[in-house]
Design a protein around this ligand. Sequence first.
Ligand code: OOG
Ligand code: NI
Length: 267
Amino acid sequence: MHTCVKSLFENLWQNYLTVTPSARQVHQLLGSSQKDDVINDHIALRTFNLPKVSLDKLAAHFLALGYTECGEYHFEAKKLYAKHFEHADTSLPKVFISELLLDKCSASLRETITALVAQIPDDAVTADNFLYSGTHWQIDSATYAALLAESEYAAWTAAWGYRANHFTVNVNDLQKFTSLEQVNEALKSAGFLLNTSGGEIKGTPEVYLEQSSTLADIVPVQFSDGEAQIPSCFYEFARRYTLPNGKLYTGFVAASADKIFESTNAR
Ligand code: OOG
Ligand code: NI
């Protein structure tokens, strides 16, 4: 387990950059507009509900660093379950972890994923670097295609393994931008493609959270039968609103999250 939360996020960030070349440009575009660095609202991780690598196994890394469980979310159609975690030090990013419910998937998908996860050494899951360790297996392009036909989430997680699938700019703390619309316009002017599923902006002030995201970069991945170009990771932008009790809303919105997942869809 990590002893230092800052080094965990730094390692997650460096690992994310290796497969998300646009992230550095996004950071420059928005980070250069404020006095300090970009502040991240949250990161997200994906996994499967097999005992070895379940949501709770990933969450243990954050609980050990002082995070607590704060909310749960169901995604019926995508066959996903998720929880989010917060730290008492609110300057630290929130963490959103989801898992694919394999018992709701086809037998062939379940068998494929079970065979991949079986290749992870038990002690790798509790090791410091697990959350940015990528894949512990090899897949071929036909396996990727078969997974993709049933579950984009399964295909993505089989191709990229354990890593942050996005970081999220905290728009409230940007100095030069006040609205998410302004951020989106700046991104589009700079040539970034946005996820338009459910509209460019998911959520409203009425649900206390507005979100938008880029489409995942298309980068080379090494399959066992050669290199392919597939979606990797993306960047998200979140603007939070104040609750009637005067506190900023810190949760997620399932209907919006459902669309954010689609940021890793093929273009
Ligand atoms: C997580 C999607 C949900 C949010 O902020 O609502 C999410 C994922 O793509 O793994 O990040
Ligand atoms: Ni997110």
